[in-house]
Design a protein around this ligand. Structure first.
Ligand code: GLA
Ligand code: GLA
Length: 649
């Protein structure tokens, strides 16, 4: 599906039809509306005005454009915040937020939830059976917490429900340290950045649970009235880590995210990992609920994507399992905070140059949709992603340059270039279907994750742990065993010491001679069954000649630990080794590194999508395939820069 974020409430009704006709001409087949329109839908408390929205839905229908309704809770109206000041969020510095922007509400506030829930219910009563409404988006980009007294009390109650006794909490957080010991639940503060690691982790988990329950109020309100065919999501933000996306997405029908490049050009490896992260939330196809029509307005340098790049980016999303691409936004509002943002139609109501590229894309989506129907991405490789681990590292990076997402992508990139599809999933996801599971920087290992990983290896799976894995337990306490903690026995090795690095140091072994940057772990081998794969060269003395990566066979499976932060070339060799060890065969022969290859399968179909992000080139296919966009059979494709091929075989 191809969509646009449309805000009819910002324009006279007389104009709507002209917009919809332009959309229809561009093959846009859905709009997302009403997500910030609370002041139009409820101008006074209890005065629900939905006729205009009904009119917009009907006009869209006339133009064969389906509708996704957004609940407006990200932008409370002024009457609400004035009458119920307690619904305003308290900022981290203790000051109250104010009206005039968005996301100024307190997500933990009961009154706010009630009013947002009522609004959602009114909308669902009216549109829950509307045949032109296909889905719902709750709120918009959950982001801001509140730090007021009532939230703090809720947090304390949440801790009480979790730990039962203060003795248990004090023990698990080692509060004897710095006299942090709590004698009463009411003494426990909120800490966002500095503070006891147990406190920090629990606050984030509370934040996540609170977003989940905030969302649940609206989900329940909609589900009480809407037909189940109307599917419900919220638009998330990729690697954004203010809350645990697994916690929040579990109640949704599908996951979606807002894919913005911001500045520069598309980094298709990292962006591909982000698509896969989103697909991994509910382990099924997802939507790109927003993406940039050329450029944004919120970066320091809002350059436009190159001609052709927007189209390539859309196909890149489809290759990773997206079902929809929606442009934010259709037309510039005449006023408001985002006047400079990219659009498809200018303030004057006529198309901007990019409109025609999107129109071409729309025609292509229309052709490819029946072929893509029923297909998804199937992966034999999983890369594990864990919010607890990312938080734990980010609070104590130890080397400022160590970014857990970059660490993840350093594995993901070469693995995906070989395997052509990788799932990014939680450490608690079912793993038995994967031949290879890679956990970069899985710092925090809960008992559930430990069981899951052990069972995977004992069942014949191949597990690779990256740097900093297995250091902390579920309370963000250090494990009393060295890394990888509870998995050290199975590995037959342990991390003797970690070192934050100032400069790259040599690493040599089965994957060739390369370097480790930022971080190095000295591994001690404890079992004769554990084989050293690579060693450090000369560096700080401590690391000289010491094991940098080890592996051990466990039945038909294996466990590997990589203590070095490998450079790209060595990581590529390591990735090849991982695939060989786990018996994985690449789907397509190697293509140049600036070409992305994705495969979607299902319903007896196999679709390969290629995008070329480099110079013009010809790619020979392993067999004849049908070019879905031209309808011809071909055994090679020539792609200009940003060229795309959609092939079926
Ligand atoms: C200071 C403090 C110690 C400890 C060290 C860490 O010296 O007195 O308690 O925090 O720093 O380097
Ligand atoms: C976010 C928001 C949109 C809009 C865009 C601009 O994704 O969801 O409302 O502000 O950013 O890039």
């Amino acid at each position: 599906m191809l969509g646009a974020a449309w805000y009819p409430e910002q324009w006279p009704e007389a104009r709507w039809e002209a917009d919809l006709a332009l959309m229809e001409a561009a093959h846009i087949n859905f709009v997302r509306v009403s997500e910030f329109a609370w002041s139009t839908m409820e101008p006074k408390e209890g005065d629900y005005q939905l006729d205009w929205l009904e009119h917009a839905v009907r006009l869209a229908e006339k133009h064969h454009i389906a509708v996704v309704l957004g609940t407006p809770s990200a932008a409370p109206p002024a009457w609400l915040t004035q009458r119920y000041p307690e619904t305003m969020r308290t900022k981290e510095d203790g000051r109250k937020d104010e009206h005039g922007n968005r996301q100024q509400f307190d997500w933990s506030n009961a009154k706010y939830r009630e009013l947002a829930g009522k609004m959602a219910a009114k909308m669902a009563e009216r549109f829950g059976h509307d045949k032109n409404v296909i889905g719902w988006q709750i709120d918009n980009e959950y982001a801001n917490e509140s730090y007021g007294e009532s939230t703090r009390t809720q947090f304390q109650d949440w801790l009480k429900a979790k730990y039962k006794t203060l003795d248990s909490l004090n023990a698990k957080w080692t509060t004897a340290y710095w006299s942090e010991t709590y004698q009463d639940w009411s003494q426990i503060p909120i800490a966002e950045r500095y503070g006891n690691p147990g406190l920090l982790l629990n606050w984030k988990q509370f934040v996540s649970d609170t977003w989940r329950s905030y969302q649940k109020v609206q989900l329940d309100a909609i589900r009480a009235h809407a037909e189940p065919r109307q599917i419900i999501t919220t638009n998330m933000m990729g690697w954004f880590d203010a809350y645990d996306h697994y916690t929040v997405s579990q109640d949704l029908d599908f996951a979606s995210w807002d894919d913005y490049v911001g500045s520069g050009q598309l980094d298709f490896v990292r962006n591909g990992a982000t698509h896969d992260l989103t697909r991994g939330l509910l382990r099924k196809n997802f939507w790109v609920m927003e993406t940039q029509p050329g450029f944004v307005n919120w970066h320091a340098n809002n350059n436009a994507l190159d001609k052709g790049e927007v189209r390539a980016m859309a196909w890149h999303a489809i290759g990773h399992g997206s079902e929809a691409v929606e442009y934010w936004q259709w037309r510039s509002a005449l006023n408001g905070q985002e006047q400079y943002h990219g659009v498809l139609v200018g303030a004057d109501g006529t198309p901007v140059p990019l409109y025609y590229e999107v129109k071409q894309l729309g025609a292509e989506f229309e052709k490819a949709a029946p072929v893509l129907a029923g297909t998804t991405v199937k992966s034999e490789v999983a890369v594990l992603q864990d919010y607890n681990s990312r938080w734990a590292i980010n609070w104590q990076r130890h080397n400022r340059a160590f970014d857990p997402v970059t660490a993840l992508v350093s594995y993901y990139g070469p693995l995906r270039a070989l395997a052509r599809s990788v799932d990014v999933v939680a450490d608690t996801a079912p793993l038995s279907g994967y031949k290879l599971v890679v956990a970069p920087a899985l710092n925090l290992l809960t008992p559930t994750a430990v069981k899951n990983l052990e069972a995977y290896v004992r069942g014949g799976g191949h597990l690779v742990l990256g740097q900093r894995s297995g250091m902390k337990d579920e309370d963000n306490s250090l494990y009393p065993q060295r890394q990888p903690g509870p998995l050290a026995d199975m590995l037959g090795a342990r991390v003797e010491q970690w070192y934050a690095l100032e400069t790259a140091i040599p690493v040599e072994g089965d994957w060739g001679a390369g370097t480790s940057t930022m971080w190095a772990e000295q591994i001690g081998v404890k079992s004769s069954e554990t084989k050293v794969l690579a060693r450090y060269g000369k560096s700080n003395g401590w690391l000289d000649g010491q094991p940098a990566a080890v592996t051990r066979k466990v039945g038909k499976g294996s466990i590997t630990y990589i203590g070095a932060g490998l450079d790209e070339a060595t990581m590529r060799n390591a990735a090849k080794w991982m695939l060989d060890e786990s018996g994985l065969k690449p789907v397509m022969p190697e293509v140049p590194a600036d070409v992305e290859v994705s495969v979607r399968e299902g319903d007896g179909k196999r679709v390969v999508i290629l995008e070329n992000f480099g110079e013009k080139k010809t790619i020979t296919l392993p067999q004849a395939m049908t070019d879905v966009l031209s309808g011809t059979s071909t055994s090679s494709v020539t792609l200009d820069q940003y060229g795309v091929a959609v092939l079926r075989y």
